[in-house]
Design a protein. Structure first.
Length: 552
């Protein structure tokens, strides 16, 4: 029993360490049994932007400096709302594109292929919006090249749309290069004040702007950030046709209304102290809590500490005039260790005006789902790797808000805590003209908003309603015309699929089959679909997998 417990603890620590990775890496097992990242010899980043939609591609070459063949695990963390849409491996000197398969079939095929010492690769989704690939073989004294890509909607700032890519690599690479291409942009993009790649500059090329740089023996630990100024060319509505369907995408900045809420007299603070909390941005969390408690003035705070179990004796702090020094000191003194079991929390056991859950939302074992009550839960997360869909579900189910500090500023987060949530309420349209609109559920709105769906007629009207609760406070109507609003981005169908999957994922078990179908149709990695690369045409045929186009 003692030996089994030790093994469980060791495995939890390994899982938590891997989940804390904030950059792409291939981890291999060294001779001493420890996992370490392979050296990156080449890194090329290409970004293509159309309007407020962007495609980012990373072309990475890893080097094996050892005298033995290695099998590695490639890890690729992504932030909320993004998913991998391309995965390719170098096979016999040429890139081989991954094809979508159901997760379990992918695993079975990978295992049967690897036993033949053939060159497969399998990319899967893992907890916390991490993506991982089993890579074999990585040749002795050789290289392994892979390409991975994802799509995203750009953040709307006052100046325009912000593209942000933090590069947090720890070691120098032999060759590092960046290429940014902004299509059909009639005003030169501007580098944000937070941009750290000072050697980049945009140049006009036909209807586009391009920025390129290449460095040798370079440490890619800087941040790429640029802004696309809004111009007359900016379209609120874009429409694309694919596989016999017509997709529309709407982006706008709705009028925001404020409604201060009644601040709580007692808060129950649910504090995650598991090992995976090690890389949280505690300073930002503390700053937000301090400002919120100051706004509350005199308030009681009951602190509930949880890891794999809930600590039995919660501590109650009385905050007067926002002075939370004793509470902060207590939180700073709490050690982080062990695994996470969110299902150990039963919120019906506590009496308060609101809960504040501070966690990454990832259960490493045991019961995954918390027992919720009728009391609102405001969720704060400061980690890139997190269970975003489940944290969103907790907040929406209870009438709270999900605050992802990786996406918004502390000022915006404080505004969400102090005010009744202002949200997109619903979309109104003719069912004979429009279908499959997402988001289909209310979502908080702090800045910009986007919605997507399918058109079943050439022209249609859609009206979007925003407000508080069920009370509409702002509405706007838009005309959709498939003959005049066509986009050439190629991204809108998958943006639609991503939004639908995000909503379905909140009740994953109920929607599992539909998520699988969407992942397969739109070639997206989900919980139940993976991208696989095989070596020979015979391997695809034997396993009844449609090969990539270059092999057909």
């Amino acid at each position: 029993m003692r030996k089994a417990l030790v093994l469980i603890i060791i495995s939890l620590v390994c899982i938590s360490s891997i989940a804390a990775l904030d950059r792409p890496a291939i981890l291999v097992k060294g001779e001493n049994g420890e996992y370490k990242p392979l050296r990156i010899s080449k890194l090329r980043i290409e970004t293509s932007v159309i309007g407020n939609l962007a495609l980012t591609t990373m072309d990475i070459t890893f080097s094996n400096d050892l005298n033995r063949v290695l099998e590695g695990q490639f890890y690729f963390p992504l932030s909320e709302g993004k998913t991998v849409t391309r995965f390719a491996l170098d096979v016999n000197g040429a890139l081989r594109e991954g094809v979508i398969v159901e997760r379990e079939k992918g695993r079975a095929v990978y295992e049967s292929t690897i036993r033949q010492n053939i060159d497969p690769g399998l990319l899967e989704w893992s907890k916390g919006n991490n993506f991982k690939a089993r890579i074999y073989p990585v040749p002795a004294k050789g290289h392994k090249r892979l390409v991975i890509a994802y799509e995203q909607e750009l953040t709307a700032e006052e100046e325009g749309f912000l593209y942000l890519l933090p590069l947090e690599f720890k070691d120098k690479v032999d060759v590092f290069s960046v290429k940014v291409e902004v299509f059909k942009q009639n005003v030169e993009p501007e580098f944000s004040s937070t941009n750290e790649l000072i050697n980049l500059s945009f140049k006009k090329w036909k209807e586009s702007y391009i920025a390129e740089m290449e460095e040798k023996n370079y440490l890619p630990d800087k941040q790429l950030a640029f802004i696309l100024p809004k111009t007359k060319a900016y379209k609120q509505v874009s429409i694309e046709e694919a596989d016999g369907s017509t997709y529309f995408y709407v982006h706008l900045n709705p009028e925001i209304k404020e409604s201060p809420k009644t601040l709580p007299g007692k808060i129950c603070l649910l504090w995650d102290a598991s090992f995976s909390s090690e890389k949280r941005e505690y300073q930002r969390e503390f700053d937000l809590l301090e400002r919120y408690l100051e706004a509350c003035g005199n308030v009681g705070v009951e602190v509930v500490i949880f890891r794999n179990e809930v600590e039995k004796s919660p501590r109650l702090f009385t905050i007067k005039k926002g002075n939370w020094g004793d509470l902060k000191s207590y939180l700073l003194s709490i050690p982080v260790d062990g695994g996470t079991q969110l299902g150990s929390l039963d919120l019906n056991n506590y009496t308060c005006d609101e809960f504040i859950l501070v966690s990454d939302g990832i259960s490493t074992f045991g019961a995954r789902d918390m027992s919720l009550s009728s009391t609102p839960v405001n969720v704060i997360n400061s980690q890139l790797t997190a269970g975003h869909s489940y944290l969103n579900y907790i907040a929406r189910k209870t009438g709270g808000v999900y605050i992802n500090l990786k996406n918004i500023s502390n000022n915006e987060a404080l505004h969400l805590l102090k005010n009744t949530a202002y949200s997109f309420i619903r979309a109104e349209y003719n069912d004979n003209q429009i279908k499959e609109v997402f988001p289909g559920l209310p979502v908080p709105v702090t800045r910009d908003f986007s919605i997507t769906g399918m058109m079943t007629s050439k022209k249609a009207e859609i009206t979007l309603h925003f407000g508080i609760g069920n009370k509409t406070m702002y509405s706007t109507s838009l005309s959709l015309d498939s003959s005049s609003l066509k986009s050439e981005s190629g991204l809108i169908p998958r943006i639609w699929a991503e939004k639908k999957i995000t909503e379905l994922d909140m009740q994953y078990e109920k929607n599992r089959d539909e998520i699988i179908g969407l992942g397969k149709k739109y070639s997206m990695v989900t919980r139940e679909t993976s991208l696989i690369v095989l070596d020979r045409i015979e391997d695809y045929i034997a396993n009844r997998i449609i090969p990539p186009k270059e092999m057909q």
